[in-house]
Design a protein around this ligand. Sequence first.
Ligand code: AMP
Ligand code: ZN
Length: 489
Amino acid sequence: MERLFIYNTLTRNKEEFKAINAPHVGMYVCGPTVYSDVHLGNCRTFMSFDVIYRYLTHIGYKVRYVRNITDAGHLEGDADVGEDKISKKAKLSQLEPMEIVQKYTVGFRDVMNLFNLLPPSIEPTATGHIIEQQQIAKKIIENGLAYDVNGTVYFDVEKFAKSHNYTALTGRKLDELLENTRDLDGQEDKRGRLDFALWIKAKPEHLMQWPSQWGQGFPGWHIECSAMSTKYLGEQFDIHGGGMDLAPTHHTNEIAQNIAYCGKSPANYWMHTNMLTVKGQKMSKSLGNSFLPMELFSGDHELLSKGYSPMAVRFFMMQTHYRSTLDFSDEALQAAEKAFNRLMEGYKTLQHLQSSASSSEDIKALERKCYDAMNDDFNTPVLIAHLFEALRIINSANDKKTTLTQVDIELLKTIYKHFVFDVMGLKTEEEGNNKAGTALEKVMNLVLDMRTKAKANKDFATSDQIRDKLSEAGIQVKDGKEGATWTIN
Ligand code: AMP
Ligand code: ZN
């Protein structure tokens, strides 16, 4: 097994990875809240963990990868006020909450598939684990670290902090947190201003609610991950991941809950991905600067000059280490697309390279460097630099400037297979283009669906505008008995 080093947010150090039950590894990653389409920022986080999952598997671990679907309990803000995001969306669109959940879960899986992410081993939902969440809340009350007031159960942070390091994950000072937290925010029931809800009393009009020993209610967001990680990976497992923005509240509270529940901190290694930014600002739905994957594939966005294939976008993401911020721009994508195409051209050249009796290159050493890069906290940008060295070697041998033995040529093919395809999860141009074709079809279905809805609402200005804009882009829409069809000029 390779010696692998992982940066652990909990200790703020790069540590050698030791799996609890090697070769088995338990990995939990916080999944999407399915109340809207995933944006590219979300995709970056899931893609980073896909590479981590792929590499751990590649070097011989048997990984149980759990990535949940948040379909209940995520309120609009971090404080326990406001509405559940899914209930709110359901009310606005006059749909069942579960219709919202279904729509965006399917959309999320489609996007993950387009970007060639492997499905996790288990994809549990919060609504499927209400009983488990209630049981944990009940046990925390029994252990004296949570209390029930009028049907809402709060975690007692200050009491917990007396005997445990509540802010272990961020290293922040509790006093500062207390100073920076607003007053009780209209939640006079809370004993301390840092207390957070494990179970929340539901008003009668709240759409998603379940019976409990504390009355009708719904779970808090953090407890869902404690319940599902414990259920499928045990009280202690190897890796817990998510975006960096989750560390101060969601993950900090998750650790506190688990310790209060069973006395154990859940994960040995906490891994956090850095943010995808746009002009330096975090990409987020609430800031209104988010890009949807479909906009990227079709190029239909004011900041884009053209569409990009899912594989070019995946390569773009891999060019930066997961712990660094990555700024998204049309120019950066164009450069990534070019580099990706060159790497893939190299693979084609490799297929018909002539061998010689002797070699002027050390391919074995190059392969070692690829492993070393990934063993150093999954350093994909350094890996890519080595792959471009492989490309240089291929092109040079093809130009007859240098020589390679058949063994070296085979080893170069293995390097491509292992690192470009298996670990980075990239696909050849042909496969990528097929996927882009599928993406365009999906985008067109979406657009034509919007147009049909506009027509049904007698909003002919919008339906005509969609047809005209598509025509300008070279796509002709024809209305027929069976609905609209489209062709590219
Ligand atoms: P959400 O659906 O908002 O709960 O987010 C799902 C995942 O995406 C979480 O792990 C977030 O930390 C992560 N995430 C959200 N915004 C970004 C961003 N701009 N860049 C990278 N990851 C993000
Ligand atoms: Zn979570």
